[in-house]
Design a binder for this molecule. Structure first.
Ligand SMILES: NC(=O)c1ccc[n+]([C@@H]2O[C@H](COP(=O)([O-])OP(=O)(O)OC[C@H]3O[C@@H](n4cnc5c(N)ncnc54)[C@H](OP(=O)(O)O)[C@@H]3O)[C@@H](O)[C@H]2O)c1
Length: 398
């Protein structure tokens, strides 16, 4: 029986993780749950999974949470605020912490869990992208396992089982192409929030769905793959694979290529991150290649997806630049989702902010440097977009 804590329990990753726990009650039990704002769902999860501790980031929701679970016996420890979420991440005898928080908000809880000696089932990619330079040394120091739960990195990790050290030559990350895969570039100026949220294959949270439309998600995954598997950026490639059946591939030194396949269902990488190195028998729909019929591939279109190149450039720049890219993207996507900026402004904002930061970047950043860069980048996006008309005019003259 593995003891698990789940931060970001009310989101897409969180609820799918709890589906797995509900399906395998003899294998997994929940120690802690933490979430942002969704008090009703957290309360119902507490009633069902009976954690020892739970936290809600929005402090004003704590009284309602207490009221909603008043009948639960025994009562869990209830906490609120960022400090409460961090305490849940580090608490008790949980062996693995699943990180389902969206965005850089996942960084400090993840660090707390690592410092408490817990293995990490890493869904929250922003943690590693922004915090890679401090997170990886902590993983080493505390001798914990960082198990990828993102489907592409899980695929690479699965393919790597049994590959000797030094055997990996190239990573091929597959991308569905997102909501605008079949749109002509000229039409993107009219893309609405509703359009961007129509992902062809995966049902995910809003932020990552927009990241899939811009392909920033894949760019962020390139940086994540660099940190997780240690390859140079030139050895990590992106290929558009519209069916999302091959979740990624690795090429070995002798040019042999290995791939991991499955239906687009996040429960599979989540289950593997929880069960590794074991394989658990499931009754989930099995892959039927005849039903799939076609597996096709295309080179990504750089004109359509400028965020991809911005991510490669930030990854290669290193230091705090990935944190700046990530924070600028989070802020720009939030503004887009609030209909404050247009779809095309997302990439424009990120490019401007990364340009502005380039002379301030430093190698070997501390956690404080990373957090400061994150805050700076969010502020810069607001400044850049303050006067959007003149901003857009400036951009179009470049
Ligand atoms: N969804 C997928 O299929 C998928 C696949 C691969 C990787 N990922 C990665 O997994 C992460 C989560 O994605 P998602 O799609 O599950 O997002 P989501 O559906 O938007 O859920 C986000 C979760 O984070 C919680 N949260 C937000 N801010 C928080 C804070 N300050 N403290 C504690 N909890 C907070 C939310 O709580 P409330 O809702 O209660 O506010 C919610 O539970 C992202 O990093 C994403 O890139 C997701």
């Amino acid at each position: 029986m593995k003891a698990i804590t789940l931060v970001g329990s009310t989101g897409s990753i969180g609820t799918q993780t709890l589906d797995i726990v509900a399906q395998y009650p003899d294998r997994f039990r929940i120690v802690g749950l933490a979430t942002g704002n969704n008090v009703e769902l957290l309360a119902s999860q507490i009633r069902q999974f009976r954690p020892t501790i739970a936290a809600i980031c929005s402090e004003e929701k704590l009284p309602l949470l207490q009221e909603l679970i008043a009948q639960v016996d025994p009562q869990p420890i209830l906490l609120a605020g960022e400090a409460g979420v961090i305490e849940v991440a580090r608490y008790g005898d949980a062996q693995t912490v699943v990180t389902g928080i969206v965005g850089c908000a996942g960084l400090l809880p993840t660090i707390a869990a690592i410092e408490a000696g817990k293995d990490i089932a890493l869904a929250n990619k922003e943690t590693l992208i922004a915090g890679g330079p401090v997170v990886l040394p902590l993983v080493e120091k505390h001798k914990i396992k960082l198990l990828p739960a993102d489907s592409e990195h899980s695929a690479i990790f699965q393919c790597l089982q049994g590959v000797p050290k030094g055997g990996l030559r190239r990573i091929l990350l597959t991308a569905s192409g997102g909501a605008f895969r079949d749109w002509p570039v000229e039409k993107l100026a009219q893309a609405t929030v509703a359009d961007a949220l129509k992902h062809p294959n995966w049902l995910m949270g809003r932020k990552i769905t927009v990241d899939s439309a811009t392909l920033m998600n894949k760019g962020l995954e390139v940086i994540e793959a660099h940190f997780l598997f240690g390859l140079d950026y030139d050895d990590i490639e992106i290929v558009i694979h519209p069916q999302s059946i091959i979740h990624s591939l690795i090429e070995l030194q002798d040019t042999s290529v290995l791939a991991q396949l499955g239906w687009p269902d996040m429960r599979l990488p989540l289950l593997y991150a929880l069960s590794w190195p074991d394989r658990i028998h499931t009754n989930w729909e099995r892959l039927d290649l005849v039903k799939v019929a076609n597996l096709t591939f295309q080179a990504p279109d750089h004109q359509k997806y400028p965020c991809m190149q911005l991510a490669y450039a930030a990854g290669k720049a290193g230091g705090c630049m990935p944190a700046v890219l990530n924070a600028a993207n989070e802020q720009a996507v939030a503004l887009f989702l609030d209909e404050k900026i247009s779809y095309l402004d997302i990439a424009r904002c990120i490019e401007q902010v990364c340009d502005r930061f380039s002379t301030h970047n430093r190698s070997n950043p501390s956690l404080e440097d990373i957090l400061a860069a994150d805050q700076w980048a969010r502020q810069q996006v607001l400044l850049v977009t303050e006067n959007l008309d003149s901003y857009s005019r400036t951009i179009s003259l470049r």
